[in-house]
Design a protein around this ligand. Structure first.
Ligand code: PMP
Length: 459
């Protein structure tokens, strides 16, 4: 039981009290609370987190994939403070704010060509909901309406967020199956993976194989499909599943050919993570809708954006009574504090030449992964820019996974913590996703902790 006796306002809780309350009162995301181990961070600086006792830990996953420039970055801190001196929040229903308008300008200038309009919301899931609803409504009211285009095509092992629309298009059984009765139906194709391929499919012909599956569905059902939704290049939350090179470009060609919209969910892979500002740019792809969140504010504040093409935007123009309006919104969509953090995040990309400095780090990560790949319990290593997924298996030859309950990935991370590195796995997949401004020496420490952790956790 929690000690709930009244406390004088000036009395700071002890570490033990904080931990007890964290166990009993705070319901943590994606966490089995019976096993929850409080890990309380008091402050952070650069790529380092500090706990209540002042112990330091390298943030090996950018506080869940979002603090692209690390923590307490002076430029972002200052921008938020300056915005606070102006106004913290104005609604986007009938009002606007210069910071939010400027952010839209910057995003449109940076994004793949054709994405000329920005709808702001507050999380990755809402950015996806917006894209799904826009795609649906588009076909109902575009110049030559196609009201039968109401379905979505999505992939197994997709993850697009935890609201019901984004869970509907999601395809990670462990996370999503429970909610199936609540969800709308989606056309589903196998995850375009390069590991555990069907017989007769090799890494070399995987792209062609998976694109053929898409082509067959689009040929037969394009008249009912509003949009295809994809995590470009890599399905992250399902375990950093790397797609065959060329898959995204092929998907774009097929969707264009069959007049089906393409939704690119770059919530995880966008904002520099792959070495380009947007993952779609790696394959020169221009989606119809682009979803951004996480790193957009440098991981500081909840802000998300759904970018749309002019074709989509045009279909929503009309008189108020024509019901062409997009009746969708979130109270904090386009919040000026978040927008200030986002503009400053983009400034830092320029000032620090973040992308130009990435190749050396990507190469260093690759060197470690090449060595790690030789371990007998490493089934696959997958890298995309500054993302690494290391899949631990019981048997490398048969690719037999370790039972989920053995928590091998977590065991690696537990060991890394003793070496001053904080990581969070995805089941049997050990994940590294450090801030993009990590120093090589810090990256070395993370990789070495992982290497050592794998030794310990597979004994
Ligand atoms: N899409 C993708 C590809 C994601 O990785 C995530 C979050 N991991 C989301 C959507 C959901 O974002 P949020 O948690 O901000 O709702």
């Amino acid at each position: 039981m929690v000690d709930d006796s009244p406390r004088p306002a000036d009395e700071s809780p002890t570490r033990e009290q904080l931990e007890a309350w964290d166990r009993e009162l705070v319901w943590h995301a994606f966490t089995q609370m019976t096993e929850h181990q409080p890990f309380i961070i008091q402050r952070a600086e650069g790529c380092t987190l500090y706990d209540l006792e002042g112990r330091a830990y390298l943030d090996g996953v950018s506080s869940l994939w979002c603090n692209v420039h690390g923590h307490r970055h002076p430029t972002i801190d200052a921008a938020i403070r300056a915005q606070l001196d102006q106004v913290a929040h104005v609604t986007s229903l009938g009002m606007a704010h210069p910071t939010t308008i400027k952010l839209a300008r910057r995003l449109v200038d940076l994004a793949p060509a054709g994405l000329g309009h920005v709808f702001f919301s507050d999380s990755g899931a809402t950015a996806v909901e917006v894209a799904l609803k826009m795609a649906f409504q588009f076909w109902q009211q575009c110049e030559q309406p196609q009201p039968k285009k109401t379905k979505y095509l999505a992939f197994e092992n997709a993850y697009h967020g935890d609201t019901l629309g984004s869970v509907s298009v999601g395809g990670v059984p462990r996370f999503h199956e429970m909610f199936r009765p609540l969800l709308f139906e989606v056309l589903r194709l196998p995850s375009p993976t390069m590991y555990r391929l069907p017989t007769n499919v090799t890494r070399e012909n995987a792209c062609e194989y998976f694109l053929n599956l898409v082509a067959q569905v689009l040929e037969h059902q394009h008249a009912e499909i509003a949009a295809v939704i994809v995590e470009p290049l890599m399905q992250c939350a399902a375990g950093m599943i790397l797609h065959p090179p060329g898959f995204l470009r092929g998907l774009r060609e097929l969707t264009r050919q069959h007049d089906v919209l393409l939704i690119a969910d770059e919530v995880a892979v966008g904002m520099g993570r792959t070495g380009r500002m947007f993952a779609c740019q790696q394959e020169d792809v221009q989606p119809d809708l682009l979803c951004l969140a996480k790193g957009i504010t440098g991981g500081y504040l909840p802000l998300a954006a759904t970018l749309a093409t002019d074709r989509i935007w045009q279909a929503f123009l009309g008189t108020y009574s024509s019901s062409r309006t997009f009746f969708h919104g979130h109270t904090y969509g386009g919040n000026p504090l978040g927008a200030a953090a986002a503009l400053a995040t983009l400034d830092v990309f320029e000032q620090e030449q973040t992308l130009a400095n990435m190749p050396a780090k990507i190469a260093r990560l690759q060197e470690y992964l090449a060595r790690i790949a030789l371990h007998p319990n490493v089934g696959d290593v997958r890298q995309l820019g500054l993302i690494a997924g290391i899949e631990l298996v019981r048997d490398r030859v048969t690719q037999e996974p370790f039972p989920w309950g053995e928590r091998r990935g977590q065991r690696v991370c537990n060991h890394a913590l003793t070496r001053g590195v904080w990581l969070r796995p995805l089941g049997n997949v050990v994940v590294m996703m450090p801030p993009l401004n990590i120093k090589l020496e810090e990256l070395d420490r993370i990789c070495l902790a992982v290497e050592e952790g794998i030794e310990v956790a597979t004994r």
